[in-house]
Design a protein around this ligand. Sequence first.
Ligand code: ARG
Ligand code: ZN
Length: 469
Amino acid sequence: MTMLRGVVVLIGVLVGLLSWQVTQAITSLSDGAPGLDDPYFPTLGNGGYDVLHYTLDIAWEEASNVIDGLATLDAQATQDLARFNLDLGGFEVLAARIDGQDVSFSRAGRELTLEARRALLRGQRFQAQIAYRGVPQQGVESLIDLPFGNGWERHAQGVYVASQPQGASLWFPSNDHPLDKATYTFHVTVPKPYVVAANGVLIATEDLGTHTRATWEVRQPMASYLATVNIGRFALVEGRADSVLLRDYYPARLVHELEPVFASTPQMIAFFSNIFGPYPFETYGVVVAEARLAFALETQTLSLFGANIRNYHDAEEVVAHELAHQWFGNSVSPSNWREIWLNEGFATYASALWYEHAYGQERFQAFMDDLYRVIAEPSFVASAPLIGDPGAADMFHIAVYYRGAWTLHALRQRVGDDAFFRILRRYYAAHANGHATTDGFIALAEAESGHELGDFFRAWLYEKPVPGR
Ligand code: ARG
Ligand code: ZN
């Protein structure tokens, strides 16, 4: 190639690059991103807007498990938007509207793209509406393989909803990432004699003849994975723990067996409120699905259990665990799914603290010893993930729970009780109704204790060998 031709080619390449960049800039400036760059689930959530409130109007057909949904999202643009995405897997989308006007939309996998008729401007409030219909999960793949539930789950006696971490978009169009919390209203129509139990406060139950329509409201911000609607032949048992209204929904025929399992809830709320800070929400309670479940879930203000909880010898540990998540996980949410130990390590250690409080030092020590034996076993050490970055497939590995709890216990031993409980209280107060990160927690622990803790946390969270106790 001659010198001249080389220069011409070079100029041509530069011009091409420049015009490509300009084109990119024009399209990307007004396109909401299809994901929020979660390290484990990059397609979850969407950029360009913030959902303030979801109104989910859902009618359930018992025989087919079809849900007929109308989702209304009150949102605010965080950039200029010609189009933006919602996460929705499965269903037929019947209509999409922005501010009451029909708009065109397209679908690709779990991404639903709405085309604004006129660009939404940064800061502008708008309302998006999606009418959809179908059998949840039909023709959709889970983003993770767990024996845990993928959103709306039909079982022989009704429905439960367990969505952590990616099932919300399998039953309603959402900005499906914990970074975008919002308040919620649910209107759920079910045939008689079914009862609906959802998050928050029951506002109304309308008699529609053959059906009933229940309205539930969540007035504090909630992550999409914690939204739940349960349908069953439930009996309601109400109570109170100081200012917190308690409402438990048990399968009617199992009330007498299940009530004792949850009998300590008021004392647990009092204890955790004392050591962490006030209970975060207006209501608490549990819903028990008339099904055998391999998990429990801390669905906000209404933790979910399977009926087999009544046969657990360690039910109290799980009951305390899901309650503790209301502070750690629900009010203080992870900024992304890599931070899962901030949920599971804290909730597991909270059960240990409950044992210490309710049954004394020996029981507490025995519990922590059991966990240590598991995590220190050589073959476990060799195969367990690093809990500070367990990977999507191992985000609920038992190491995240047990070693996470031990990380906190070792911190307590390192800095002493006074500093340790001050750290927990400050951490909760600083991030209540918001989000946290591991780095932020470490910085706070160092500031409150005056200790340099970089090596300490590196060893517990990011290296394989288990530190001594
Ligand atoms: N966060 C739950 C717990 O530790 C376990 C995960 C459940 N996930 C789900 N999709 N059900 O209690
Ligand atoms: Zn948990």
